[in-house]
Every structure is written in structure tokens, then in C-alpha cells.
Design a protein around this ligand. Structure first.
Ligand SMILES: [Ca+2]
Length: 515
């Protein structure tokens, strides 16, 4: 797709060349999706949240974690402090690949590799099988338009043996480390990442594939994947094609194996050994980002390489109760929960090296050190990246996301709907059978089967602008707003062709009720 120059000859009706002009055509930009598993918006030394004046505000967790390379990336680009993901892994991953809300593609739960995990009252027609060969994916569209498409790290697009288990079936030219499962058996090279060999008697069901050359070494999984990603970037650059790298770290997902390279930084933190190990996974992931930035710079392609850094769901930091202000403090909740801590993720977009005169950067300018507070979500990446690469989405493929260009430029986009729908018709997880709907400053949560976690009600209502940490449930005191938001929630589910939980007998779908 690299077209160095195009000679255009305009021929008149008489048949002679009237004018010849030479246009330099820019090479297509390289795109790196740096996707961190289970990383929430507070799991970093980069402050994402802001004060009333819109300035970055540090909280104690920002001083616990060490992510200097995220700081470097944030200084080069823009970070979003209101970026939403689905509350668990696979739904977000499929949304990134399809541009669709999980409600629509119906991978509404994480995909258990060996058995359908709809849950006891989950919808049987949810999409446990995940992505298929025939599905429209971001990778396939880029591949068809001339990109070299690389997947490194965690896949989790489909169960074991299904088409989606192998990223090579989904439009990737290369797959290193991607498989059906989400959690690695081990981060340790000395344990062969769970594969048989050496002192490892049996291959574990979640053994990370393709990394044999690191077996028996002290190469931590995050580092092995980084070396592989950088080698793939080198090969792509050598081959002269633009590349799309889906660099999907297993970190910082459990098991919380302590990374010995960084353990000393946290030993006097007063935090539990698990929390310290989690922090080492964060710092190892951050070093990976730094190594990648250095590498694209050393190859001379940094000014033509766009980095999107993000998490796939809210924090899983082992710092306290899943429904309290603890794991993602000051946000409430944790991965899987219906509170903001379960679905707010870090998002940074930056050219790997700023160059104001670069053609691609002129088309998509990104200010340095900026913060964007307008709400956006994981499915917005699909239209954004396709537009940047000049690739149209196929007719008939419904896209729920909207281009981020205006937001990436640091401006407010008044044409965007400020809506977010997160549908989780499953159990068991940190929260069960719920739908979240955000509209402007309001957030309503519908609980299909009231429980202690839902304050024994179907409804919770929060005003996030006034109460960003979800301390005041307004469902009883604001019945008009509750009813209006619930009407919108029900309409949004219908618009996305949702499937719903079943009643206890397992026969009838249970749809949300108006208050
Ligand atoms: Ca995840």
C-alpha cells in the first residue's frame, strides 16, 4: 500500500498530454493497539481524573504505581479520562474488532474456553463461540487493504477449537501467543509459561503457545511478548508494508505472579503481597511500552506510527471489596462490577514521535499532554482506525462506534451521543445480571434479579457529574429521571437487538421493567 508517488497524466479529448503533475502520496500510517488486560484507569502513575477546573488530579494510587513510559506517552499525546470498556475481557476485544457494542455482537461475557458460561439464567443465544472466520473484523479489513496484520499476546476471541481461538482465522497474518483463554498459566519462563518440559511435567490448559525459545529462561512473559512484537515490527518495516499490531498483553490479568525485576519497588509499600505483585505486572507492562516506543524510533518509523494505549475492562487490583471504593479508588468498584471502577479504563492516543509537518499527523493532529473528558468507548476505535487508513467499512456491517478524530484533536465533539450501554445478562461474576446505561451526566443500573449488591432494588441511579464516585443512589428521590433513563435503557437494548436473562424456570426472557 506504500505508494511513493503517483504520476497523473491528464489527457485531453484530442489525445495529447495537457498536463503532468506528480503528487507525493503518503505511506499509510502504522497502528499499534497496546491493549492491557484488566488494567483500570487508576492503575498507573499517570493521573487521568481531573479536578473541577479540568486539571489532572493525583490520588494515592497514582503514587503507588510506577508507569514512567505511560507518562512519556501521555506527554506526547492525549489521554481520555472518561473512556469506557465492557466490564470483562472478551466483550471488549470483540467490540474493538467489530466496532459494535457487545449487546449487538452478543459476546456479552468473557469466553470460558471449555464450556458455555452463559450462567444459570443467562441467555442461551449469547455468542459463546465468539468471532468466526466470516465475521467482519478490523484486522481483516486492514489486511485486505495492504496492511501487515500482527497479533501478539492474549486472544480470547473464541473458545477452544472454535475459529475464533486462532487470530489467524480473524484477519491476522501473524499470531504469537494468542489462544482461546484469557489467563496465562504462568508468567514465568522458568515454568515454560505453563508448557511441559524441564521440571514442568504437564502442559497446563492455559499454557501460552509459541514462545518455546524462552522456555527455561528467566524471561518474564511480558518481556518475551515484547521481544516478539518488536521483531515483528522490524520484519514488517523491512517488508515495506504498513503494519497493524494488536499488542494484547496477558498482563496484568491474574495469576498475580510477581515480576522479580520490579518487586523491590513495592516491598515497603505496606500493601499485601498480591497487591505488590499486581504492581510489578503493571510496571513490567509499562517497560514493554517503553521498549516498543524506543524500537519504532530506532527504526525511523515513529512519526508514522500511531499508538492507542488502553485497558480492556476496569481494574482488577486486589485492594479491597469489589463494590466499594478500594481497587480503583476514588472510583467505586472493580472489574466485573456495575460501578465505574468496573468499566473505566486508561486510554492514551499519541503519535510515537510528534512531527507537525508529517502528512499523516496533519490529517490526524494530536496535541501533546492534553486531557479529553468527553465520554468515548472501545467500539469507537474501529471507525477511527479505518478512517485513518482510508479503508471503508463494508456496507451492511452495523457500527455502533463513532470516529474519535475531533476528540483526539483535543476538542469537544457536539455531534457525538454521550451514551454508553453495558449489558451483562450473566452470572456469576462480581455483579450479576445487570445493564448499565449512561446518558450525559446520568447513570442508571438495572438489576434483573435484585440482591444485596443492588441494594435489594431493580434500580440504582447516580448523577456522575455531581457524584462521580457513586455514593448517592438517587433512584428513590428522583423518580422522574429514573423513569426517563429506564425508558432510554430499554430502547437502547432494543436498538442493539439484545438478548436477556431467563426466568428461574429457564423458559422466558426477562426484560427490564419500568419503575
Ligand atoms: Ca480483561
Amino acid at each position: 500500500m506504500r505508494r511513493c508517488c503517483l504520476v497523473l497524466a491528464l489527457v485531453t479529448a484530442c489525445g495529447f498530454v495537457a498536463h503532468t503533475a506528480t503528487f507525493a502520496v503518503e505511506p499509510s500510517p502504522n497502528v499499534v493497539l497496546f491493549l492491557v488486560d484488566d488494567m483500570g484507569v487508576m492503575d498507573t502513575s499517570v493521573p487521568f481524573l481531573t479536578d473541577d477546573a479540568g486539571q489532572a488530579k493525583r490520588y494515592p494510587l497514582n503514587d503507588f504505581y510506577r508507569t514512567p513510559h505511560m507518562e512519556r506517552l501521555a506527554a506526547r499525546g492525549i489521554r481520555f479520562n472518561n473512556f469506557c470498556a465492557m466490564s470483562v475481557c472478551s466483550p471488549t476485544r470483540v467490540s474493538i474488532m467489530t466496532g459494535q457494542n457487545a449487546t449487538r455482537h452478543r459476546v456479552t461475557n468473557w469466553i470460558s474456553p471449555d464450556q458455555d458460561n452463559a450462567g444459570p439464567q443467562g441467555p442461551p443465544s449469547w455468542n459463546w463461540k465468539g468471532l468466526r472466520k466470516s465475521d467482519v473484523t478490523l484486522a481483516r479489513l486492514l489486511q485486505a487493504s495492504g496492511y501487515h496484520t500482527i497479533h501478539v499476546g492474549k486472544g480470547h476471541f473464541g473458545p477452544r477449537g472454535a475459529e475464533g481461538a486462532d487470530p489467524l482465522n480473524l484477519g491476522f497474518d501473524v499470531n504469537v501467543g494468542g489462544a482461546s483463554f484469557g489467563a496465562p498459566a504462568s508468567y514465568y519462563g522458568t515454568a515454560n509459561y505453563g508448557n511441559a518440559g524441564g521440571s514442568q511435567k504437564k502442559t497446563a490448559s492455559h499454557a501460552v503457545p509459541h514462545l518455546e525459545k524462552y522456555h527455561g529462561t528467566d524471561t518474564f512473559l511480558t518481556d518475551a511478548l515484547t521481544q516478539e512484537a518488536n521483531a515483528q515490527i522490524s520484519a514488517a518495516v523491512k517488508g515495506g508494508k504498513p503494519f497493524f499490531l494488536n499488542f494484547a498483553h496477558y498482563a496484568v490479568h491474574a495469576p498475580f505472579n510477581s515480576d522479580p525485576r520490579f518487586a523491590a519497588h513495592y516491598k515497603n509499600s505496606g500493601k499485601s503481597p498480591q497487591a505488590q505483585a499486581f504492581a510489578t505486572l503493571i510496571e513490567g507492562m509499562d517497560k514493554s511500552l517503553g521498549d516498543l516506543l524506543d524500537h519504532v524510533e530506532s527504526l525511523g518509523v515513529a512519526d508514522n506510527t500511531l499508538i492507542f494505549f488502553l485497558g480492556d475492562n476496569g481494574s482488577d487490583a486486589p485492594l479491597g471489596h469489589q463494590h466499594e471504593v478500594a481497587c480503583a479508588a476514588p472510583l467505586r468498584g472493580r472489574k466485573g462490577a456495575h460501578y465505574e471502577g468496573g468499566m473505566r479504563v486508561p486510554f492514551i492516543a499519541a503519535w510515537a514521535k510528534a512531527s507537525a509537518d508529517h502528512a499523516a499527523q496533519k490529517r490526524l493532529p494530536i496535541p501533546a499532554g492534553a486531557i479529553q473528558s468527553q465520554q468515548a468507548a472501545v467500539y469507537d476505535l474501529f471507525p477511527t482506525i479505518l478512517a485513518l487508513a482510508n479503508v471503508p467499512a463494508p456496507a451492511g456491517h452495523v457500527v455502533d462506534g463513532a470516529k474519535l478524530d475531533t476528540l483526539l484533536a483535543g476538542r469537544r465533539d457536539t455531534t457525538r451521543d454521550e451514551l454508553f450501554l453495558m449489558h451483562y445478562p450473566h452470572s456469576p461474576h462480581r455483579s450479576d445480571y445487570f445493564t448499565v446505561y449512561r446518558s450525559g451526566p446520568w447513570k442508571v443500573i438495572y438489576h434483573y434479579f435484585p440482591s444485596k449488591a443492588s441494594e435489594d432494588s431493580h434500580y440504582q441511579l447516580f448523577h456522575l457529574a455531581d457524584d462521580p464516585f457513586e455514593q448517592r443512589n438517587l433512584a428513590s428521590s428522583h423518580p422522574d429521571e429514573l423513569r426517563r433513563l429506564m425508558q432510554e435503557l430499554i430502547a437502547a437494548l432494543q436498538r442493539h437487538d439484545a438478548v436477556y436473562p431467563l426466568d428461574k424456570k429457564g423458559g422466558t426472557m426477562v426484560k427490564p421493567k419500568l419503575p
